[in-house]
Design a protein around this ligand. Structure first.
Ligand SMILES: O=C(O)CCC(=O)C(=O)O
Ligand SMILES: [Fe+2]
Length: 388
């Protein structure tokens, strides 16, 4: 199967070191914002706005506690293996993946972003993602569900780097408990260009998405995958399990095609192969269900303000090539990432169905015949590889 981006001219690397240098560090697209304390989108510098807002939610003592090494009590929970122990582990649960003070900080950041950079908050209906007509029966639309992401990609690294470090600790536990290092090795053997179709090694796995999710206005999330660009998803459950009824997370294995459900406690994380395994959320009967959901991929963290729809191989490859030209210091041949890359991230989407959280609707398909609906949804999932 040839994935979009497969026809891209990719650089040929002589060594791992050359490849790692070419793609650059995970913070390469936001280090400049952090060093220069500027976060400009449109005509506004959001840096001081978010900083002040955070200080409204977090006391000086909170900041001291956030920056301290966190007391780590991570425990291994559920582990699902595909097909009678022959396949990969596709989900592991890490209990106590986030400390309460870090969860408080993440919630504060979400509130600040949602209030002050409101275009980064989105109500994401699955019927819209999959191009079902507005005029479709409301019951049909409701049954597809959806959720509300506040997009924190790169912002979390700028304002809460200690939280990000702890997230990578949890990811590290997940890789070890799941044995995913083997997937890294296999994808390196299979693919000359590791960057394409690769399962990201932990320390080269940047954030393709970092979303604070809530479910107001929706009561479920239909079965989907997050797209093949995503190696691993880490979902940190921020609500208490008693804050809501129902709302189990489910995931389907590929060999037996059976559903496996899990309902984690507060601060537990599920790490799963969400890029390629179908998953969703069962009906939430009542209450509040919130999670921080991070999609890791082979590339650096997605830049500030870039839509998840655009987070595709060809776009990021092109962007890295463009930014490398600009950020390579002509005097010593090294890269200077404190200078923000001024090139616009390409917004081309390989998918016909993609709603932008930055306000543009791209080629949204509209189907008017209700009888076509089931088929359309089926085909759309296949065509888009369930891309969100
Ligand atoms: O809320 C969850 O547990 C899953 C969310 C999810 O799969 C998604 O947003 O793609
Ligand atoms: Fe998902």
């Amino acid at each position: 199967e040839s994935a979009p981006g497969g026809e891209l001219e990719l650089p040929n690397f002589e060594s791992d070191e050359e490849e790692i240098e070419y793609y650059g560090p995970l913070d390469r697209f936001w280090r400049g914002h952090s060093v220069n304390r500027k976060l400009i989108l449109g005509d506004t510098d959001y840096y001081p706005i978010i900083e002040d807002c955070l200080n409204g939610y977090l006391s000086p003592q909170d900041w001291i506690d956030i920056r301290k090494p966190q007391i780590s009590d991570r425990q291994l929970g559920e582990r699902f293996i595909d097909g009678n122990i022959t396949g990969p582990v596709f989900l592991v649960e890490i209990e106590n993946a986030m400390s309460p003070i870090h969860a408080k900080a993440v919630r504060a950041l979400k509130d600040c972003v949602k209030t002050h950079i409101s275009q980064l908050f989105e109500s994401r209906s699955m019927y819209q993602v999959y191009g079902v007509a507005e005029t479709e029966n409301q019951t049909v639309k409701d049954e597809m569900g959806g959720n509300n992401p506040t997009h924190l990609n790169s912002i979390i690294g700028i304002f809460l780097p200690d939280v990000v470090n702890e997230l990578y600790e949890s990811l590290d536990h997940a890789y070890h408990y799941a044995g995913w290092q083997q997937l890294v090795v296999n994808s390196e053997i299979e693919d000359k260009f590791r960057a394409l179709h690769a399962f990201a090694p932990i320390h080269e796995a940047g954030m393709r998405a970092c979303e604070y999710l809530s479910y107001e206005g929706f009561n479920n999330l239909m079965e989907h995958t997050d797209g093949y660009a995503t190696s691993v998803v880490l979902n940190v459950f921020l609500s208490k399990s008693t804050d809501y009824e129902g709302g189990e997370f489910y995931i389907k294995d590929k060999v037996l095609k059976e559903y496996h459900t899990v309902r984690p406690e507060q601060y537990s994380a599920l790490a799963f192969l969400g890029g390629t395994f179908d998953h969703g959320v069962n009906t939430i009967h009542s209450g509040t269900r919130e999670a921080l959901s991070i999609e890791f991929w082979y590339y650096p963290d997605l830049p500030f303000g870039v839509n998840l729809c655009a987070a595709e191989f060809s776009n990021v490859e092109n962007h890295i090539r463009n930014c490398n030209e600009e950020q390579r210091n002509q005097n010593n041949d090294e890269y200077d990432y404190t200078i923000p890359c001024s090139k616009e991230f390409p917004s081309h989407s390989e998918y016909g169905v993609c709603i932008s959280h930055m306000g543009t609707v791209k080629e949204k398909n509209v189907y008017k015949d209700p009888q076509e609906l089931e088929q359309v949804v089926e085909e759309s999932i296949v065509e888009n590889d369930g891309e969100l």
